[in-house]
Design a protein around this ligand. Structure first.
Ligand SMILES: [Zn+2]
Length: 308
């Protein structure tokens, strides 16, 4: 089996740049400063850095990484390609330590690259985008973290994660401060189409929220009616949580609350571009790469330094 890692975009800086340009400028280059798309000139020759273009409208120069999470990075684009591919082709994610071992460089660089890639994988959430008429949206909450391992006896509190999954469709996960109708309702009504059929467990927190949707089915987790009917279940959202938890426990060991939303974005992105929906690892990687545009992540925003 020929390895995807032999793909020349991971080894040739010019090809890597062209690959990013194809992702970010599918209809041709545009100026990231003023939006000009017609009147831009590629600057060739030894006098210019590779990949520089000139905007003839605002007169600014730019490359494909301006206004992206990779801006001002000294890391070669071949390494960015590789890191985006590795994070998108590993079902449960990849630790910064593993990334660092595979790619070289410093651990800190790998750690920060990975958070920037997660930012690229963070897709916008359009209001009411989940579910609809004759569609089932499964909702459940879980707790992650809270293990003392690797934490010098300091046990972080468990963090609550709410997931909304359209059956045969997409997931949206949210870090919520705690589980109550007051914290869950705004998220659910903002993201789920009111015509949807909601499926949850019997937790009282969902009773009132359920009345705001076209129908609401509940399953009793403790009883033998775990899967009461073919359609009456929350297996989809539980399956999502099982991937998330195996990833967080097995790969990331613990995730601090500061970064939890970024890991959520990572797991949501892979789930929403999964093989079952027809995406290959490379297609998922290409879509993630397109997401680097229009986002920035500084050390300050990343919240904290690596703790390994
Ligand atoms: Zn311009």
């Amino acid at each position: 089996m020929s390895s995807h890692l032999q793909n020349p975009i991971f080894h040739d800086e010019i090809l890597a740049r062209e690959w990013f340009e194809a992702r970010i400028w599918p209809n041709g280059p545009f100026c990231p400063h003023c939006g000009e798309a017609e009147n831009v000139t590629r600057l060739n020759g030894k006098a210019h850095r590779p990949g520089v273009l000139q905007c003839n409208s605002c007169r600014e120069q730019f490359t494909v990484t301006v206004n992206t999470v990779c801006e001002r990075s000294k890391i070669p684009l071949t390494k960015w390609c590789m890191a985006i591919y590795l994070l998108n082709s590993s079902k449960k994610g990849m630790s910064a330590l593993q990334m660092h071992r595979m790619m070289g460089g410093s651990y800190k660089t790998s750690w920060f690259m990975m958070h920037r890639i997660r930012e690229a994988m963070n897709e916008g959430k359009l209001p009411g985008g989940l579910g609809g008429k004759n569609k089932v949206v499964e909702i459940d909450e879980t707790y992650v973290g809270g293990k003392a391992k690797n934490r010098k006896n300091k046990i972080p509190p468990k963090a609550a994660v709410l997931a909304l999954v359209e059956r045969d469709g997409s997931v949206r996960s949210f870090h919520v401060p705690h589980v109550s109708a007051a914290t869950l309702r705004p998220v659910i009504v903002a993201n789920v189409n009111r015509a949807s059929f909601l499926m949850t467990d019997e937790a009282p927190v969902y009773t009132g929220i359920g009345r705001e949707f076209s129908a609401h089915g509940t399953v009793n987790h403790s009883a033998e009616e775990y899967v009461r009917r073919v359609f009456w279940h929350t297996n989809t959202v539980e399956n999502y949580f099982s991937i998330l938890k195996r990833g967080i426990v097995g790969i990331y060991h613990h995730v601090s609350e500061t970064h939890l939303h970024r890991y959520g974005a990572e797991f949501d992105f892979r789930y929403n571009h999964r093989v079952g929906l027809g995406f290959t690892d490379m297609q998922r990687t290409e879509i993630a790469a397109a997401g680097i545009y229009g986002k920035r992540l500084t050390y300050r925003r990343a919240g904290e330094q690596p703790n390994l």
